[in-house]
Write a protein that binds this ligand. Structure first.
Ligand code: HPA
Ligand code: ZN
Length: 344
């Protein structure tokens, strides 16, 4: 078996995946046409999927969000997103989505939930893929709205709505501003993660851990600028959900083979990393290939990639009994896969 096949079949978790960023150009074109959405000038819709910064990406991301309006649209994009996860070897997914960006088009929160939870049930029935949902706070709407958002999420409880995230642009929206929202989330029994240190400073990573009480950190790359914080994170083994492909477009680390790439530095410092695809439709990547790129371009060993896959279980918001049995099962499966690579 070749390495690519083994890494594709390797059981894995996906914990940093944005539903709307998973929409591919063809589906975006079809939904935009369905809702007569006005788009910037373009030849092919795929041409719109070109960006060189987080801010540029988020402009198009918001347009994609605007194209998803009806329950059936949410169900479709959820199914397509999770089907690709299953094809990448994912056994468990925690999926972010961006309710605020759909409110702009007048979509009601229960409509979004019905579609997304419906798509999650469909893929579970068809492929056995387990998934849970994380509504994400849009930090660009400010701290007061963030508190209202958390209260809205808490007012619509569901066993598969398990926590909150914080995304959009860190610049101008420091993590410390969201203490009240995260305190409310904790009080409602919601898990907590946050984008931090993707384009913002190490202080955002520190604040996400110390002030927001996050259980894991999304991206977190700028932690490498603060050696004391790196040491603390190595000691506590808080998990970082890193996303190799999107670093090449949204961060200052554009080359996965560079010796100073943040993910390489984080791994070398003993931080607990797990691997994700972030926005696979909009960056034309997939989860299995994220591992392949870390192997081929960053030169990470198969044993390191196995450890990262198992870190996904530790970082997941699932019960401890499940963690223990998945760790045992996945580990044995991965060993068998990698043995067949070594055996030729
Ligand atoms: N960073 C910030 N906000 C986002 C991202 C991201 O990677 N993807 C979708 N929204
Ligand atoms: Zn993200």
């Amino acid at each position: 078996m070749d390495v690519e096949t083994a890494l594709r079949q390797m059981p894995k978790a996906e914990l940093h995946l944005h539903l709307e960023g998973a929409v591919d150009a063809a589906t975006f074109a079809s939904l935009a046409a369905k809702h007569s959405l006005e788009l910037p000038p373009h030849d092919e819709v795929a041409d719109l999927y070109q960006y060189d910064s987080l801010a540029d990406f988020l402009l198009i991301y918001s347009l994609v969000c605007r194209s998803i309006q009806e329950e059936a649209d949410f169900r479709r994009v959820t199914y397509e997103c999770l089907e690709r996860c299953a094809n990448s070897g994912a056994r468990y997914v925690e999926l972010f989505f961006s309710p605020e960006s759909h409110f702009e088009m007048g979509v009601e929160y229960p409509t979004m939930l019905a579609g997304v939870l419906g798509g999650m049930a469909d893929i579970k029935a068809d492929r056995g893929l387990e998934s849970n949902l994380i509504p994400a706070i849009n930090r660009e709407l400010g701290p007061a709205r963030a508190v209202e958002f958390v209260e809205m999420v808490a007012a619509h409880p569901h066993p598969q709505i398990i926590g909150v995230g914080l995304d959009f642009n860190e610049i101008g929206f420091p993590s410390e501003d969201y203490v009240d929202a995260y305190r409310a989330a904790a009080a409602h029994g919601l898990h907590r993660t946050s984008h931090a240190g993707e384009v913002g400073p190490a202080d955002n990573v520190r604040a996400a851990i110390e002030l927001l009480d996050c259980e894991r950190i999304d991206h977190g790359y700028h932690v490498v600028d603060d050696p004391d914080l790196v040491a603390r994170c190595a000691e506590s083994q808080i998990a970082f959900t890193v996303c190799p492909t999107t670093t090449g477009y949204t961060t200052i680390w554009r080359d996965l083979s560079a010796p100073d790439h943040a993910i390489r530095q984080m791994d070398a410092a003993g931080l607990k990393l797990m691997v994700n695809s972030d926005d696979p439709g909009m960056f034309v990547c997939d989860l299995a290939n994220e591992y392949v790129r870390l192997h081929r371009e960053m030169g990470l060993s198969l044993s390191t990639l196995k450890e990262m896959a198992l870190n996904g279980i530790d970082a997941a918001w699932i019960d401890d009994t499940t963690k223990v049995s998945w760790r045992r099962e996945w580990s044995a499966e991965i060993d068998a896969l990698f043995a067949s690579v070594n055996g030729g």
